[in-house]
Design a protein around this ligand. Structure first.
Ligand SMILES: O=C[C@H](O)COP(=O)(O)O
Length: 324
């Protein structure tokens, strides 16, 4: 049997090779979780420190799809997570997603079924949040929400990290949760880990990305939009650097992507996040953003903008376009 020292050496070797531990978690027939997380908290810490030491954060501008193009709209998860949202607002959300060609609509688990029905035949997917918005729910609760969302037809899950556990250094427990949810929602379901950057120090962002990559998540996502500041360029750049570092040397060469979310309200916000390396945007302002994009194209062609034709533009006073 391997000693703790042997295992530590193994972690160090793994880190040197730039690859990560694979899942050692299984669901038993009764649905209970049988876990043998491969590394101790200390061993995870050592690996995370090695990732941190070898990071290089780029200031370069990543390619951004042309404003107004279908590819630009496909970066947007059209999001409605307000607890008091009414059924008609989900109808509007889905109609807008069809019209503007967004990637997904992102809703709470109880609204997934309605949106799946509304979007039938459109090619637009439904994403469900899990553990929203605190992330502190226990694993059983998150598994129940995951089951509910998948059974209703969700194809993407935006899962809130238990960031209090991460901050407490309980890495093995965090990994166990993520690996269990990955097992419950295998590919091609896309998993995004909402790490809530407003609550994390620099080194904790790196730890969160490391946990997500180890558990084979597809994305790391900045924020819930319900706690602290939303997406910031510096956080996106740090997360992109982590994803690039963690992909190097991995057997599959698989690289996590970054979703920026929270407070993205304008075309300038959107472009800033995409140029920082995000490939998906979570926003309740998607309709405004693509409208602004079209506007800027019209203006560059010398045509009067729709707002100039109609009079002044209304202020963005609430979180949701369909509230107007
Ligand atoms: O996941 C997405 C966020 O909740 C959206 O936040 P937002 O309402 O500030 O755009």
């Amino acid at each position: 049997m391997a000693t703790a020292t042997d295992r530590k050496a193994s972690v160090a070797t793994t880190a040197r090779k730039g690859s990560l531990a694979s899942s050692a978690v299984a669901l038993t027939e009764s649905g209970a979780v049988r876990s043998s997380t491969r590394y101790s908290d200390e061993e995870w810490r050592s690996f995370i420190l090695q990732v941190e030491d070898s990071l290089s954060i780029s200031n370069t501008s990543y390619p951004c799809p042309a404003i107004g193009s279908p590819a630009f709209a496909k970066t947007i998860d059209h999001t409605l997570l307000k607890l008091d949202a009414r059924a008609v607002q989900f109808d509007d959300l889905c109609a807008e997603a069809r019209r503007d060609g967004f990637a997904t609509v992102c809703v709470r688990p109880q609204h997934v079924h309605k949106c799946v029905v509304d979007l039938k035949g459109s090619g637009i997917k439904v994403a469900s949040v899990v553990g929203f918005h605190e992330g502190a729910q226990d694993l059983y609760y998150k598994m129940q929400e995951t089951k509910q969302a998948l059974q209703a037809g969700a194809e993407e899950l935006d899962i809130v990290l238990n960031y209090e556990e991460l901050k407490a250094g309980l890495f093995a427990s965090v990994y166990n949760e993520l690996a269990t949810l990955r097992l419950q929602a295998p590919h091609p379901i896309l998993l995004k880990l909402i790490i809530e950057t407003s609550q994390l120090e620099h080194s904790e962002v790196i730890a969160a990305c490391t946990m997500a990559a180890a558990a084979k998540f597809d994305f790391v996502k900045t924020s819930t939009g319900f706690n602290g500041h939303g997406a910031r360029e510096e956080d996106v750049r740090l997360m992109v650097a982590c994803c690039e570092k963690l992909a190097v040397g991995s057997k599959s060469g698989r690289k996590m992507q970054v979703k920026a979310s929270g407070g993205i309200k304008t075309i300038e916000d959107a472009v800033k996040m995409l140029e920082a390396g995000a490939s998906r945007l979570g926003t309740s302002g998607g309709v405004w953003i693509v409208k602004e994009g079209r506007e800027s194209i019209e203006q560059s062609r010398g045509q009067p903008s729709v707002y100039e034709r109609r009079g002044s533009r209304p202020a963005l006073a609430t979180r949701l376009f369909t509230d107007y």
